[in-house]
Design a binder for this molecule. Structure first.
Ligand SMILES: [Zn+2]
Ligand SMILES: [Zn+2]
Length: 275
């Protein structure tokens, strides 16, 4: 089976096209299951927390409509493609108990947890800290939060662990970072939660922007080593980007003997054979 478990929609306010076009694009590319995972906004946080974090996701009203529209499309496309309804949610340490009741109000298939900013170093998107002198500390904190997100039990998979090295300069001394990455993959295996293999991480790896080392390759080797569950996604914000780079990515995964991934129905995971 081929599935894309990281797809956005116009409901987040920064993705293009209509939802139906994402679905048609997936069908054209031979994808049998499409998992929508649009950004949840931060309306569930306390007032003080909301002021700190920038908001780029659906508000409560948008979420109701998102869920309703996808439920309708699931019926319309039944037999042609399987549609799963999920969310991408920023992991905000300390706000776990605030989030859970909002999630309980919907019958979601899955949630992926992301770290796009690191409060200890500032509230902005990680790209704002690209050339930071203390990049090793930022990496350490990123992977500490990633492990906390996995242990929180809120998420079925950790979204794009490669996000950090796409935005924060990869330091010359990276032994500690590789160790932190390894601990993160090991944590996923221990708590039986997924690590996402994100097409953007693959494309970045192929671009050769990090000289003499490929953290994406290391990530795949660690996934295999710890036998960690995985999800696979394109992070498409445009219909044409659904399943982007999938033929090459899947070939690489099979070469690495990563030959299964997780699919979800109402929060229950099933292992699927990849390809
Ligand atoms: Zn993300
Ligand atoms: Zn995303």
């Amino acid at each position: 089976m081929i599935a894309d478990y990281h797809v956005h929609t116009p409901y987040c306010g920064h993705a293009h096209g209509k939802i139906i076009h994402y679905i048609e694009s997936a069908i054209e590319k031979g994808i049998q299951e499409i998992g929508f995972s649009d950004h949840l906004g931060r309306y569930y946080l306390t007032g003080t927390q909301r002021r700190r974090y920038w908001d780029w996701g659906m508000d409560e009203r948008g979420l109701v409509r998102y869920f309703s529209e996808l439920s309708d499309l699931r019926e319309i496309f039944a037999g042609r493609i399987s549609i799963k309804i999920g969310l991408e949610i920023d992991y905000i340490e300390g706000a776990e108990d605030l989030l859970q009741p909002f999630l309980d109000a919907f019958t979601l298939d899955f949630c992926i947890g992301s770290i796009h900013c690191i409060p200890r170093f500032g509230w902005k998107h990680l790209s704002d800290y690209h050339a930071a002198a203390n990049s090793i500390e930022i990496y350490s904190e990123y992977f500490r939060l990633a492990q906390a997100a996995l242990r929180s039990g809120l998420f079925h998979s950790l979204a794009h662990p490669d996000f950090i090295w796409r935005y924060i300069r990869w330091p010359e001394q990276y032994e500690q970072i590789v160790s932190d990455l390894s601990d993160t993959v090991q944590t996923a295996a221990e708590v039986n939660r997924g690590i996402e293999i994100n097409a953007n991480g693959f494309i970045f790896s192929r671009s050769g922007q990090i000289k003499d080392f490929d953290p994406f390759d290391t990530l795949l080797n660690l996934i295999k080593h710890f036998n960690a569950p995985v999800t696979i996604g394109s992070d498409a914000h445009d219909p044409a980007m659904v399943g982007k780079a999938y033929p090459e990515l899947i070939e690489l995964l099979l070469e690495k003997n990563i030959d299964s991934f997780r699919s979800f129905t109402e929060g229950n995971a099933v292992e699927r054979v990849l390809g």
